[in-house]
Design a protein. Structure first.
Lengths: 480, 480
């Protein structure tokens, strides 16, 4: 049965939890806080993964794989790192029928074990840069979990690079942030804002963290990818050194950067509507669904033949297409089902369409008649579908960008800040506060400093809180 | 420095361990029994993975991802399964700063957790078949480990399917075995023998296990991929049932099948020689390496230009090509290095080649002058290289097949069996022995029943051990 989901406008959280299960993206695992990524959800992740992986390789990175079990002592070598991650660690204490001498940490991230290996591999400036990425599962034992957004185990990629100079490390950090922004904006149609994290919000062990911040449909922020300049912090902890051109030993300069299955949640919460998911065409596991409309038994053979003909034309044109030829469900049921699952473009084919040698197109993102076009000649199906997919992708990005811009408010006083945050919107403001000021705002309003955008107006202004001169604007919001 | 590796003919085990490290395929992880898969090794795994993944999708399977942590009680539900895997389990006992109420097993394989989910998802015959594959890391705490062949953590894929009838499950089991054989033979150039496992050697929890068995360069057998018919064993343990067309509740019929990073070890040990690795062209991360030969400074610009021109021609033709333009090493050093790393085809370009607008080809698998061809015109480089890669692939398979056939000996007496096994070869024999007989032979000779080949001569013979009438021949060998 395809019952309607709770409308997004009525209860956002219920909508999210219902739609991801109903669309068979995900299910709950038997252990609290874990998720099962079902084929439809995994196919979305595969599309995202392939887009990232291609860009990583184009920018000179190679994939590798490091062990998941890390000696506990490794984490203790970098003080901020162990402090940040200790509360979330899962520990293996027994293996092969025996208690282990030292407990093993199931990786929450791999800076420590990778530095251990880099310290063995890197000898000379000729070995640099090292540009490695890993696709892996990681474990962070969280108290409050939500599928895709925060789960005790999740899938991600983590890039780990080592460089001869701080300038190179900085350049790499920003370059990979831009790769994330490119994928988010141009593949996922998520108009993210790239920026720098504040001191409080940075990664445990980093010198500087960068982020892409996205606005979800309920206007909460989602940190969707991060890129860290690690400086020499881990290199010092692990003695990762190289001989420079002058023959001197130096610590390497490092970066790390990651994007995870959290992005799947981000895509859903950016584009979904009351009817369910809306997949951005470039990442949609199914870009086009073909639904036959047959009331009489005698119509079935000719309609089915037409469906398969159109399916082949689309597949040959490189479109990810599916025909729903099942006979147990009505066409109306199928429309609802595939709308709920977010397929960007539906093609309907009935006996009259067969006669006219034409088909009907319906856009997922434009409901009702407005999004429909009748009488598209069969011969034009493939080029028209390709164009519609481009149009839908652009329309989703445009809509999300307008929504984002409508919900970011320039703020110049503490009172106004409170009001804006209270209303669920983002506050953009000149900022020169201290770490304590930032913590105070979080306690008072629940809003955190999401980022100091890379794109700055320039000049200076007055900090809305302290009235001190501020050189940068910052974005504050409640976040997932 | 590119020092020579221990020759394979001198000490096979030392050769293997040296060459995989020297070629930067792998390194030892900090925790005993773990490995780091380095970029060159991971790139080989990616090629293999893509070939498998494409075939899984072509045969109707979808990828998904299930949690790595399995409640200990799940394993206990299937008696043989827990007995088989208990000695190798790694247990998470603490997480998020607390002791867990029930220890969690880090998956050694996922039949149990997947059945738990299938029991929730499968209701009716309309939900069948379920054809799911997972790419994942698994953990089996082994006492004696060796990179790629047996490590406490490894990467693999595990297919898990559920069907309405035992016939379908059997068909799926054999179909996926054939997919493995296809990939091994036609991509990895490993002439594996597909067959059935004996009762003793089957997977813990299976009704019947199938395997592809490969002969390594030292003539030991390597189980390179397995496909299991699980019958209803796990379905009964987890109450995985469906309503059939008559409205009756039935347990589903299941299969599982897996191939792992062990195959990387298999490829190395099948084709490698005294100089190092020999990569089969279809899976080689680098299929062609171009080495410039420049003695005088003035030759460098024109040689470099030619190298880059040829590189582009090959890349445009879809060849995975690398130019080694580093100036720190001599051409001779580079020859040795890329031979050691197993690149199937080397192209040499010097100043005279530039003048003649031609290049030199050298095959990795045919040493010395015999494998070289001079004066290949630049315009013909791409088609010639593609043809050589095909030829090299075929030559590797032919050589491995001849080696295999030379080392499988038909055996008709217990004495002869002992001699053949003692000499390191495989014994092929009519077999009608009991489980106890099979165990006796293992204790006596170290040989195990590798498989009962699918390809049987037909008819009947006398069991070499018991003299009873035997309907099948079996293969026995020492194995990794």
């Amino acid at each position: 049965m395809s019952e309607a989901v709770t409308p997004r406008s009525q209860d956002y959280s219920a909508w999210y939890l219902e739609v991801i299960q109903r669309a068979k993206l995900v299910d709950y695992g038997p252990v609290k806080g874990t998720m099962v990524i079902r084929p439809y959800g995994y196919a979305l992740w595969e599309q995202l993964r392939d887009q990232l992986d291609r860009r990583f390789k184009e920018t000179g990175h190679e994939n590798a794989y490091f062990p998941m079990f890390i000696p506990y002592s490794f984490l203790q070598k970098e003080a901020e790192h162990v402090e940040g991650f200790s509360p979330e660690l899962a520990l293996v204490t027994h293996a092969g029928g025996k208690q282990l001498e030292e407990p093993l940490v199931v990786r929450p991230t791999s800076e420590t074990i990778i530095n251990h290996m880099y310290s063995l591999w890197i000898k000379s400036y000729r070995d640099l840069p090292v540009l490695i990425n890993q696709w892996a599962n990681v474990v962070r034992w969280e108290l409050r979990t939500r599928p895709f957004l925060r789960t005790s185990e999740f899938l991600w990629q983590e890039g780990h690079t080592a460089h001869a100079t701080p300038e190179e490390a900085h350049e790499e950090t920003v370059k990979m942030l831009q790769v994330y922004a490119d994928v988010a904006i141009n593949e996922a149609a998520m108009p993210v804002i790239p920026g720098r994290k504040s001191n409080i919000e940075k990664f445990a062990g980093a010198v500087q963290s960068y982020t892409i911040e996205a606005m979800m449909g309920d206007r909460k922020a989602l940190q969707s990818g991060t890129s860290h300049n690690l400086g020499q912090n881990f290199a010092r902890a692990f003695e990762t050194r190289f001989q420079n051109e002058k023959g001197e030993l130096e610590y390497v300069w490092q970066t790390s950067w990651g994007m995870s299955t959290r992005m799947v949640g981000g895509i859903i919460m950016t584009h979904g509507d009351d009817k369910g998911l809306v997949m951005p065409p470039r990442l949609a596991p199914v870009q086009v669904v073909i639904v036959p409309i047959w009331n009489k038994e005698e119509d079935k053979p000719s309609v089915r033949e037409k469906v398969l003909q159109v399916e082949k034309m689309l597949r040959d044109a490189g479109v990810r297409v599916k025909s729903d030829l099942s006979e147990q469900e009505t066409a109306g049921w199928k429309f609802n089902e595939w709308e709920m699952r977010g397929v960007p473009l539906r093609i309907e084919i009935g006996p009259k369409d067969v006669q006219k040698d034409a088909v009907v197109f319906a856009r997922r993102d434009v409901p009702g008649k407005e999004g429909k076009q009748f009488g598209i000649p069969t011969a034009e199906v493939a080029p028209t579908a390709l164009q519609w997919l481009v149009d839908i992708q652009a329309a989703l990005l445009k809509r999300a960008t307008e929504f984002r811009d409508d919900n970011i408010i320039d703020v110049s006083s503490h009172n106004q800040f409170r009001e804006v945050v209270e209303s669920g919107k983002w506050a953009r403001c000149w900022w020169a506060g201290s770490d304590a000021d930032e913590r105070g705002l979080k306690e008072e309003t629940g809003a955190t400093l999401r980022c100091i955008p890379l794109d700055q107006p320039g000049g200076a202004g007055r900090c809305f809180l302290t009235d001190a001169e501020a050189k940068e604007i910052a974005l504050f919001a409640k976040a997932y």
